[in-house]
Write a protein that binds this ligand. Structure first.
Ligand code: NAG
Ligand code: NAG
Ligand code: NAG
Ligand code: NAG
Ligand code: NAG
Ligand code: NAG
Ligand code: NAG
Ligand code: NAG
Ligand code: NAG
Ligand code: NAG
Length: 469
């Protein structure tokens, strides 16, 4: 239908725009887009958004007799191109393939057929994928679409609550793609809302007044537990390289090329909607890759690295303060946008996915495995805090990527929520003894010891310079 229309329009000389005359590749993608969604959870959170897979069946709307009194959101930017450093690695692997002097055999044979590499403009690196910069006009997985759709879901879900709350500030870390996600979200809410976008600096000098405490944390050392992460067997990567090399005599893909293929798959999905590269992996390889990423994140940015408790306390502390003050604050809707690791740090301090059992590098665990990083912070991740009142009492609970995730230690309230006073005790316990500024040695980069933007945005106006990183 779409193609016939395009042919007719072109014949009539009416349109030559890309949206109507699909290039050859778009045409074949048209039938393949959507066939790879089952692998999104295995792509280390780099591929397109997906809802939390283990939904317990708890309705996202609070029980009927309850009334929402405050909503907070901490969201990740949407689907994007690779970072500059990752992009460079992918280009290296692509160059190795391009230099191969023969036709490809077997699973790489698609490259012979006019394959176009999905990074065509280096300026796209670090950026959100959009309808404009997608290499395929029919790509449904752009960060832009994701943010706009998310805003529509937010409107639909909180419709009644938002009737009386149409004027508020939205907060974004100062990375271009984070800002863009917030802006697409705001645009999609429409002109019934009066929203002030506050861009909060993510430079180290912002200190504690930030949505991205990881950047203000010079003491954070991603290699602190490298020995545990390195104990995980990466033979599966060697196997992939060996398989490709066997199919194609004289091709010398390495283990790190094999690792790059996974992110190639993920980012090509974000930019094009479909990726032949994704079909190179066996289900077992996807599972191993995914767990390798869980393990790394667990010991770099999660519960396996004790310092993270202090990093995540910076936002959790502010979030709890907003919850406590909800009756007094005019603003009832607190939407913030940032990076994946910052959300992970916060979830770690909150303890939403912490079962006190450290991830084991010697094997891939199944039953005892709560910490699935990609399920928590895929591109476009969205962690909602709901505060609602039922009869005379207030309750708190969390909705992560469309699924209500009860606090394991406090879920007696309506809708498996936690009664507010009990929740404040719980949060205090989780933050006890944690001091972001000290643990991170933040004083070496900033004198700002407190997160204040939620309370002083109307007098300060946060307009930090956007960073292309
Ligand atoms: C792969 O490595 C072999 C042995 O070092 C070398 O002869 C061959 O040229 C390499 N192939 C390519 C495509 O670089
Ligand atoms: C929008 O909100 C700002 C405060 O952020 C306020 O100064 C302004 O008057 C509002 N505009 C409208 C049209 O309500
Ligand atoms: C903290 O910062 C100071 C000054 O830059 C530095 O000398 C010290 O080594 C740092 N400590 C840690 C634990 O990073
Ligand atoms: C491709 O596969 C065919 C048949 O298996 C084989 O004859 C040929 O040598 C292979 N080509 C390369 C470059 O490996
Ligand atoms: C839940 O409570 C148990 C027992 O007090 C405690 O060991 C555990 O750390 C708590 N879990 C969280 C996530 O706080
Ligand atoms: C709710 O609070 C009101 C006013 O504080 C009080 O009169 C009423 O008895 C309370 N109801 C319940 C069910 O606790
Ligand atoms: C939480 O914020 C208050 C100031 O509002 C501060 O006194 C306290 O130290 C903070 N706690 C943590 C764990 O950051
Ligand atoms: C902190 O404040 C002191 C005193 O005003 C100043 O000398 C120092 O440079 C500041 N440090 C940073 C990292 O901004
Ligand atoms: C700024 O917001 C705070 C907290 O909502 C409020 O108390 C204060 O009156 C506002 N100030 C101005 C100048 O609007
Ligand atoms: C932010 O606003 C202040 C005050 O209006 C202005 O001085 C400053 O240059 C602005 N900064 C940026 C990065 O636009």
């Amino acid at each position: 239908m779409l193609l016939e229309t395009a042919v007719l329009l072109a014949a009539a000389g009416l349109s030559t725009t890309r949206a109507f005359v699909l290039p050859k590749r778009d045409r074949s993608d048209f039938y393949q887009i959507g066939t790879q969604e089952h692998i999104f959870p295995y792509l280390a959170g780099a591929g397109p958004y997906f809802s939390y897979p283990e939904n317990y069946g708890i309705p996202v709307d609070p029980p009927k007799e309850c009334k929402i009194t405050q909503v907070q959101l901490l969201a990740r930017h949407g689907e994007r191109y690779p970072t500059k450093s990752r992009g460079k690695k992918l280009l290296n692997t692509w160059n190795t393939l391009q230099k191969y002097p023969h036709e490809f055999n077997g699973s790489l044979a698609f490259i012979n057929d006019d394959y176009e590499f999905f990074i065509q403009n280096m300026d796209d690196l670090e950026m959100e994928t959009t309808t404009q910069n997608s290499i395929n006009a029919i790509n449904p997985y752009t960060g832009e679409m994701d943010a706009k759709k998310h805003a529509q879901q937010f409107l639909a879900q909180y419709e009644e609550f938002l009737e009386d709350n149409r004027e508020f500030a939205v907060f974004a870390a100062s990375s271009q793609r984070v800002h863009d996600t917030a802006q697409y979200f705001i645009d999609s809410l429409g002109d019934k809302f009066n929203i002030s976008l506050q861009v909060v600096s993510e430079e180290p000098s912002a200190g504690a007044n930030t949505l991205s405490p990881g950047y203000s944390c010079p003491a954070w050392n991603p290699d602190e537990y490298a020995d545990i992460i390195d104990a995980f067997s990466t033979d599966f990567l060697k196997d992939i390289a060996t398989r490709m090399n066997k199919e194609n005599h004289g091709l010398n893909l390495t283990k790190s090329d094999a690792e790059n293929l996974f992110s190639w798959c993920a980012y090509e999905l974000n930019a094009r909607g479909f990726s032949e590269i994704c079909n190179l992996f066996t289900p077992e390889e996807l599972i191993r890759y995914s767990y390798y990423d869980d393990l790394s994140s667990y010991y770099e940015d999660g519960p396996g690295y004790p310092m993270i408790q202090a990093v995540g306390a910076n936002y959790l502390n502010a979030s709890v303060k907003l919850l406590k003050e909800s009756d007094d604050l005019d603003q009832k809707v607190w939407l913030s946008f940032t990076h994946d690791t910052d959300i992970l740090n916060y979830l770690t301090t909150l303890g939403l996915f912490d079962d006190d059992k450290d991830l084991d590098p010697s094997t891939v665990p199944f039953r005892n495995h709560v910490f699935h990083k990609s399920w928590m912070i895929p591109q476009g991740a969205r962690v909602y805090t709901q505060k609602y009142q039922c009869k005379n009492d207030s309750y708190i609970r969390y909705v992560v990527n469309d699924a209500v995730i009860p606090l394991e230690n406090c879920s007696d309230g309506p809708g498996f929520s936690c009664e507010a006073e009990e929740f404040y005790d719980y949060a205090n316990q989780r933050m006890e003894g944690q001091n972001f500024f000290e643990a991170c040695n933040t004083s070496s980069v900033s004198n700002t010891t407190e997160l204040t933007f939620f309370w002083d945005w109307n007098t300060t106006q946060y307009n930090a310079t956007l960073l292309q990183e």
